[in-house]
Design a protein around this ligand. Structure first.
Ligand code: NAI
Length: 334
């Protein structure tokens, strides 16, 4: 069988596992690299006809030109976001670029509520205490989600699933989306309101919208000030939706009740890697980590078996199709 060489960058053990289990990999000769693809690591391509990359590989014009010059035909992103690829350059160079537009919205929706409830019910603190035989309940008081108003900003695939879960808790749901869906809202007891009203009325605000030039720092000094005193803010979408400096001010003043984050404005270069034992140079992250009412996970909302296997199967199918000169799966080409 003619083998199709694919260079796989920024490999983690869970990637290898899910890609090894995906159907259709028999004809692929993988070269797994733990390092990322960038100008300094082009040697890792080593004759491959396709590269498989993730969110932090850098595919600027120079890197893409070097890939094309060595015979690479296909850049397969195993993620939804593509802000790390110069698409204009890829087009000019005749490279096929594909991504996985949706894998498991359930994974992100479920992590969103898990993160909020961990913070609210202080599960992370209780876990540590009990392991040290400290069975005191001091400082562990949370609140019932039942009856609270939850504001969902962005009612796409993930926002809608989040709404369903909160509905199960008995919450009152309000939402903002520039493209509201009245039929869905009516069927799910959701009231669309203007964004400032959502901020003023919600006990919990949760963000499920894409990062665009318009939504950059959507939560800033002015909009954070509109939030109800004591409200909780949850962000599992993109770090740059929140102005961290302003967020810190609203935490220090005690205005916000709690902040649960799976993403952080300056996460690039930090998240997904083990930096324990190093001195963290990001002062704002250091400060955020010091608040008892802040919980942070490192962009892991997508990390379920189901999501990883969906990512692997779409990516492998596209690698096989493009290698055979066929068009990629519908909706995956950029
Ligand atoms: P989607 O495209 O299905 O829905 C996004 C919704 O946001 C749309 O209804 C859109 O109209 C709305 N929207 C756009 N601009 C808005 C604004 N300014 N204010 C309020 N709503 C606005 O996207 P999906 O699949 O629900 O994903 C949402 C976000 O979740 C993604 O953009 C991504 O940033 C994030 N995500 C995070 C992951 C993680 O591991 N933490 C994994 C996957 C996605």
């Amino acid at each position: 069988m003619l083998m199709h060489p694919v260079a796989f960058f920024d490999t983690k053990p869970y990637d290898r596992q899910s890609f090894a289990q995906a159907a259709g990999t028999d004809g692929i000769a993988w070269s797994f690299h733990e390092f990322r693809l960038g100008a300094g690591t082009l040697a890792g391509v080593d004759g491959a006809r396709a590269v498989c990359v993730f969110v932090n590989d850098k595919l600027d014009r120079a890197v893409l030109a070097a890939l094309a010059a060595t015979g690479v035909k296909h850049v397969a992103l195993r993620c939804a976001g593509f802000n790390n690829v110069n698409l204009d350059a890829a087009r000019e160079l005749g490279l096929v670029v594909t991504r996985v537009p949706a894998y498991s919205p359930h994974a992100v929706a479920e992590h969103t509520v898990a993160l909020l409830q961990t913070l609210n019910r202080k599960i992370h603190r209780a876990y540590n205490r009990v392991r040290e035989q400290n069975f005191s309940l001091k400082g562990l008081v949370g609140f019932d989600l039942y009856g609270k108003t939850v504001g969902i900003s962005g009612t796409g695939k993930i926002g809608r699933l989040v709404a369903k879960i909160f509905l199960g808790y008995g919450c009152k749901l309000i939402a903002y989306d520039p493209f509201p869906d009245a039929t869905w809202a009516a069927a799910n007891e959701v009231e669309y309101v203007p964004f400032p009203d959502l901020l003023a009325r919600s006990d919990v605000v949760t963000l499920h919208l894409p990062l665009t030039p318009e939504s950059h720092h959507l939560l800033n000094a002015e909009t954070l000030a509109m939030m109800k005193p004591g409200a909780y803010l949850v962000n599992t979408s993109r770090g740059k939706l929140i102005d961290t400096t302003a967020l810190l001010q609203h935490l220090k003043s005690g205005h916000l009740g709690g902040v649960a984050l799976d993403v952080y404005e300056e996460e690039e270069g930090l998240f997904f890697e083990d930096h324990s034992g190093e001195i963290l140079q990001d002062d704002e992250l250091n400060l955020l980590l010091s608040f008892a009412n802040v919980i942070i996970t490192s962009h892991q909302a997508f990390l379920t078996h189901e999501a990883l296997s969906a990512i692997a199967s779409v990516t492998v199918e596209n690698l096989v199709r493009v290698a055979a000169g066929q068009p990629p799966l519908a909706g995956t080409a950029l």
